[in-house]
Design a protein. Structure first.
Length: 317
């Protein structure tokens, strides 16, 4: 496995994460191969989970905030009758209860869709959430009891795919911060039983689909060139998840100097964040709409400059 010489690499790449590795380990491995220390991801996956893991390197890390706050899709299998300390199959059973008495497609679909939109969810006790700089799973390892308060998350859609004697497989579309493990735990309670997930696969994230990922089979013998060929410019990634406003050269120059600008563009809503694209498809910045003047135009404020983030190829190669 060849590693490239240290250089500046800028872009986003999607990996079909294999089971058994943490998201941070994936970032570190790809960053080591690229010789790029600045790296991150747009949403963690548990070690046992598989599927779409979107990584950002170099200047593209500036865009992680907006790539993270997007819809994600998961496929998960839920086993009813038992719950575990981690709400998945990676730990011991802590509760056993009879299977749901109303074990029908109609009852399961109704329970799964009982709450949609913005809901209150208590995260699992074992998670990557931090408190005072320490992650919850580290606290649990040290013998501490972790109790989290409910927090608002978004669940957009739930589809029942298959159903057996004690398991059901679902497809969920949700927002950032949503825990499928916690959802399955609560679904078991709603069905008058207990439940935990036995498998979890993320099929879309940050505008990327599973079909666009470097496969888990290729990941074991991944070479630098294969990664570099799959790097996507940050502007192209943001176009997938944000609305775009086109600006001329004069407005581009003012935005690049951090100045507020007025543009004549109908339909902009105050508070919205947009991707500003200048002449030649140059990514300029992410801008916030401060004032919408009766639908005839708006004042834009720079939230994050992206002038350097257009580079995707390693420098000096």
């Amino acid at each position: 496995m060849a590693r490239r010489k240290p250089a500046r690499v800028h872009g986003v790449v999607a990996i079909d994460k294999p089971a058994g590795m943490t998201s941070r380990q994936i970032v570190s491995r790809i960053g080591w191969l690229l010789g790029e220390k600045r790296g991150g991801h747009t949403g963690t996956l548990d070690p046992a989970a598989i599927g779409v893991l979107v990584l950002a390197f170099g200047h593209a890390t500036k865009a992680v905030r907006w790539l993270t706050n997007t819809a994600k899709t998961y496929k998960t299998t839920v086993r009813f009758g038992t719950s575990t300390s981690t709400d998945d199959a990676q730990s011991e059973v802590v509760t056993s209860r009879p299977l749901p008495t109303s074990w029908t497609t109609e009852a399961l679909v109704a329970a799964a869709n009982r709450e949609l939109g913005v809901i209150a969810q208590v995260p699992p006790a074992v998670s990557a959430l931090k408190r005072d700089g320490v992650r919850d799973y580290e606290r649990v390892r040290q013998g501490e009891r972790v109790i989290r308060e409910a927090r608002p998350v978004r669940l957009d859609e739930v589809r029942l795919l298959t159903m057996t004697a004690e398991e059901a497989t679902f497809e969920l579309t949700c927002g950032a911060g949503f825990y499928v493990r916690a959802w399955a735990r609560d679904l078991g309670s709603a069905m008058g039983s207990a439940a935990h997930i036995t498998s979890l696969q993320r099929t879309s994230c940050s505008g990327f689909e599973l079909s666009e990922c470097i496969s888990s089979e290729d990941f074991a013998d991944l070479e630098v060139g294969a990664i570099e060929r799959r790097l996507v410019p940050v502007a192209a990634c943001l176009r997938r998840v944000m609305s775009v406003v086109l600006v001329d050269a004069e407005v581009t120059a003012r935005l690049q100097h951090g100045q507020k600008v007025w543009i004549a563009d109908e339909g902009l809503q105050a508070g919205a964040e947009l991707l500003a694209i200048g002449p030649g498809e140059q990514p300029v910045c992410v801008a916030e709409v401060l004032v919408s003047a009766s639908g005839t135009g708006a004042v834009l404020r720079v939230v994050r400059g992206l002038a350097l983030a257009a580079e995707t190829a390693p420098e000096g190669t």
